[in-house]
Design a protein around this ligand. Structure first.
Ligand code: KG4
Ligand code: ZN
Length: 373
């Protein structure tokens, strides 16, 4: 029986008694029948992610990932950053072949899909529209429900693809190319963002510093690689200290710019090592403050930058110092992927039901704005 059974029962109760949560009586009735059927077996969810420059399609049954295909767009490399129109056009070209491949890998057919889960934002509008429109069309043609998912909630659910997910209440640091924020999850679907970046996201700073030194896009993995050969302490770069639980990378990025201008013979390895150390130390200091202020016992680390081995090492030290248990997603679920969207969609669907076909993409949407119990 599915691990989602409790929340499915909750969902049915809500569906019957809470009229505010669901669109119309037709939808309520159809969803009730469908959910009663889903109680009998484990839901097969198709997850679709197209919020930025990765097209990803996954097939998930319960918490088992049967396929998670990720296609990273290399067309942006020569521009040193994501070009929104190129991203949207690339998603259009590849989405159908990716669904076909995911079904082949999972040895399933379209008719086996119970639920379609898709990222609706935040992200690039054109890129999101490809995924959402595709998901709606598939939902209509298969006669199966679909649900639109917040990308950050997707990253958060990457922790639940592991054997030992954190227990509420927990803190999670979301650190990616578009976001750097620390969130308190008091109970499932109930989020409080304690701090976020005032300017650049951490991954964005990695990408910009890499570009400055002529390294390819996305810069994070290249900086990490070059940092292994650099000497910490050889370049004097500041650790940012904004107020409260905020993050900031503009000052550090500018310090790298000035250093490289004033020292044209600079060593890429040394700049990479020292930039990385300051950038990650900043994440650690703010997160440690948040752990101590909230007194939580569980800490999660998600998003593209969480692949970084030095960050994981530093967070392990933080966890030992503060006595929290650390939860980090497996590497393949850190950067953007369909599996995390599929799991977030399955969990949210069993609690709140499907999305209406009229939903739009959202360029910006905070976790607090999502419905919670
Ligand atoms: O989560 P993600 O795939 O996409 C967003 O939602 O933004 O994160 C991508 C970001 C990029 O900025 C990339 O440079 C960074 O994650 N990244 C890394 C590493 N691998 C990817 N940053 C530091 N070290 C890495 N090993
Ligand atoms: Zn992401």
């Amino acid at each position: 029986m599915s691990i989602h059974k409790d929340s499915q029962i909750n969902f049915i109760v809500n569906l019957l008694f809470d009229r505010r949560s669901y669109a119309g009586s037709k939808v309520r009735c159809r969803t009730l029948i469908f959910t009663l059927l889903l109680l009998q077996y484990e839901v097969i969810t198709l997850g679709i992610e197209t919020s930025c420059d990765e097209t990803s399609v996954a097939l998930l049954q319960d918490k088992n990932v049967h396929a998670n295909i990720v296609s990273s767009q290399i067309a942006h490399t020569k521009f040193g950053g994501v070009v929104p129109e190129i991203a949207a056009r690339s998603h259009i070209r590849i989405i159908v072949p990716l669904v076909t491949t995911a079904l082949e890998v999972a040895e399933r057919q379209l008719a086996d899909i119970d639920l379609i889960s898709v990222t609706r934002g935040p992200g690039l509008v054109g890129a999101l529209l490809v995924g959402l429109s595709f998901a709606k069309s598939l939902s209509i043609s298969l006669g199966k429900p679909f649900i639109g998912i917040n990308h950050l909630e997707g990253h958060l659910y990457s922790l639940f693809l592991a054997d030992e997910p954190p227990r509420c209440p927990y803190l999670v640091l979301i650190v990616s190319g578009g976001h750097t924020e620390i969130v308190l999850v008091e109970q499932p679907f109930c989020y409080r963002t304690l701090g976020r970046t005032l300017d650049d996201a951490c991954g964005e700073a990695f990408d910009k510093v890499a570009k400055l030194m002529g390294l390819p896009y996305p810069g994070g993995p290249y900086i990490e690689q070059r940092a292994l050969k650099g000497k910490i302490g050889s370049v004097d770069l500041p650790v940012p200290h904004p107020d409260g639980l905020s993050f900031s990378y503009a000052g550090l990025k500018t310090a790298v710019l000035y250093y490289t201008r004033e020292n044209p013979q600079y060593s890429i390895d040394d700049v990479a090592a020292n930039f990385q150390e300051s950038a990650l130390e900043h994440l650690c200091q703010v997160t440690e403050k948040a752990v101590r202020e909230t007194g939580v016992k569980h800490l999660g680390l998600v998003g593209g930058v969480s692949v970084n081995a030095r960050l994981r090492e530093k967070f392990q030290g933080l966890a030992t110092r503060t006595g929290v248990s650390l939860h980090v997603a497996q590497a393949q679920y850190c950067t953007d992927n369909g599996a995390m969207i599929a799991l977030a969609g399955t969990e949210r669907f069993t609690r709140f039901g499907p999305s209406d076909l009229s939903i739009d993409v959202v360029a910006r949407e905070r976790l607090e704005e999502l419905p919670h119990p």
